[in-house]
Every structure is written in structure tokens, then in C-alpha cells.
Design a protein around this ligand. Structure first.
Ligand code: B1M
Length: 212
């Protein structure tokens, strides 16, 4: 029987090889990649977040757990991505300036890739100008911004302004997400949409590309 709870427990303890091995074993047992993500890896990462918030663990433990999450996701990524090979649209994706959190952004990227989008990931701490240059270069249908800090989500607003000032917002839809971000904030800054999680980001991107 696939050990999804074991994936979560090993992730919390930061045991990267064990997490990767258990993800491989679950895949071999034909557990759905989405279930491994939601009921294994994400359960572990949520608990890490809870413990971090409660000051039960500190940044080093969080980083070690994040490394284990990456190890699991490295195994899972091709399986999430293979569900739909057809190109649905092009997305420039990044974590905004001042913000180094990339786990959620990477998940969004993976799910979009899995849904057939071509994703240009410009990484973390991406300035408004870096988003602008990436839009010029890749001519995406969607720009996706992630922020995990209340102090960095303001950079989303600046990026929207820079894209508008450069005349690049025509035909490009901006979507935003991340723990402190809300639908109301997205509307306030003139973004085209907000998604609470990676699966919703895919639905939103599909709707926007379809012109809905
Ligand atoms: Co930091 N951190 N962190 N952290 N960290 C949070 C975010 C925090 C809530 C913890 C807490 O205090 N409870 C808090 C923010 C408080 C606030 O601003 N309100 C915080 C803080 C304060 C900090 C530092 C300032 C700590 C310090 O140095 N004193 C520092 C800042 C560094 C910086 O960015 N400049 C910092 C550092 C770090 C680590 C480096 C140690 C590490 C990041 C490692 C990495 O990403 N490579 C880290 C981590 C791991 C966390 C927590 C524990 C987990 C975040 C995570 O990966 N969650 C987090 C606490 C928490 O969230 N419970 C915390 C799992 C991930 C799958 O979820 O990223 O929310 P999430 O993504 C979701 C959705 O939000 C959504 O979909 C994803 C999948 O469902 N989503 C999108 C995300 N982006 C989207 C984009 C979209 C659509 C949906 O469209 C484009």
C-alpha cells in the first residue's frame, strides 16, 4: 500500500532520499500523481508551516524540509506534466522582487506545464523590469506572479504598472497568487485574476486564454 503518510512524515523530518523513494514507490503502485502531491507532500509542507508559525521549528529545519519537498517534486514532476501534452498557452512565471519563496510558484509552474502550458520560469526575486523583459522576449498569454510575504506582495502592483507603462499589457493577462494575496488585492492592483492554489491557477489560466 502506498505510504502517503510516510511521505508527509519524512518530508517534515527533512529526509530527502526517503521522500523521493516513497514517491517513486507510490508511482510504481499507480497512485495518481495529484494524490501523492495533495495527500503526501502538501500535507507534510502544511505541517512544516504550522510548526514554523508556532515557533516549534526554525528556518534551518524549514529549509531542510523544503529540500525534501524538492526531492519529492523532482520525481513527481514528469508524471504531473505528462497528463496533457498539447500546448494551452505561454506563461511567464516568477516570484516577485524581494521574495525568495519558490515552492508554491514551482507547483503552479508544474501544474501549468502538466496542463499543456509552456512555462518560462524567471525564478525568485524577479523585479518588475525582469518581468517586463521576459514579456518582451517570450510574448506570453499570461504573466503569473507569486508572493508569500505581506511586504513583497506590493511588488505585484509595481509590476502591473510597469507592464502598462511599457504598453505590454495588451493581450497579456496577469494572474497573482500566494498565501497573503487575495482576490480583492488582485482587483485593486488591476490584475486579471487571483488563484488560491495551483489547480485553481490552471483553471484560471485556461479561462483567461479562452477569453472567458
Ligand atoms: Co518563509 N515565511 N520566510 N520561508 N515560509 C512564510 C511565508 C510565513 C507565512 C511563515 C510564518 O511566519 N508563519 C512568513 C510570512 C509572514 C508574512 O509576511 N505574512 C514567512 C517569513 C516571515 C519568512 C522570512 C522573512 C523569515 C526570516 O528570515 N525571518 C524569510 C523571507 C525570505 C525572503 O523571501 N526574502 C523566509 C524564508 C523562508 C525559507 C527560505 C526558510 C523557506 C522558503 C524555501 C523556498 O521556498 N525555497 C520558507 C518557507 C518554506 C515558509 C513556509 C513555512 C512554507 C511556504 C511554502 O512553501 N508553502 C511559510 C509558512 C506557510 O505558508 N505556512 C513561510 C507550501 C507551498 C506549496 O504553498 O507557497 O502558499 P504556497 O503556494 C500555494 C498557494 O499560495 C498558491 O498555490 C500554491 C500551491 O497550492 N500560489 C499561487 C502560490 N503562488 C501562486 C501564484 C499563482 C497562483 C497561486 O498565480 C501565479
Amino acid at each position: 500500500m502506498a505510504d502517503l503518510q510516510g511521505i508527509a512524515e519524512n518530508l517534515i523530518e527533512g529526509r530527502a532520499p526517503e521522500v523521493a523513494g516513497l514517491v517513486e514507490a507510490a508511482l510504481a503502485e499507480e497512485v495518481a500523481p495529484q494524490a501523492i502531491l495533495n495527500e503526501g507532500l502538501m500535507v507534510g509542507m502544511d505541517e512544516v508551516g504550522r510548526r514554523f508559525k508556532a515557533n516549534e521549528i526554525y528556518i534551518p529545519e524549514v529549509l531542510i524540509a523544503a529540500r525534501a519537498m524538492h526531492a519529492g517534486m523532482a520525481v513527481l514532476r514528469p508524471h504531473l506534466a505528462e497528463s496533457d501534452a498539447q500546448m494551452s498557452g505561454r506563461v511567464v512565471l516568477g516570484t516577485v522582487e524581494g521574495d525568495l519563496h519558490d515552492i508554491g510558484k514551482n507547483l503552479v509552474g508544474m501544474m501549468l506545464t502538466g496542463a499543456g502550458f509552456e512555462v518560462m520560469d524567471i525564478g525568485v526575486d524577479a523585479t518588475a523590469d525582469q518581468f517586463k523583459e521576459a514579456v518582451k522576449e517570450h510574448k506570453p498569454h499570461i504573466v503569473g506572479m507569486s508572493a508569500l510575504l505581506t511586504t513583497t506582495m506590493m511588488a505585484m502592483s509595481r509590476t502591473v504598472e510597469v507592464l502598462q507603462e511599457a504598453g505590454l499589457s495588451e493581450g497579456v493577462k496577469v494572474i497573482v497568487g500566494g498565501a497573503p494575496v487575495t482576490a480583492a488585492y488582485a482587483e485593486e492592483i488591476g490584475a486579471d485574476g487571483y488563484a488560491a492554489d495551483a489547480a485553481s491557477a490552471v483553471d484560471l489560466a485556461r479561462q483567461l486564454v479562452a477569453g472567458e
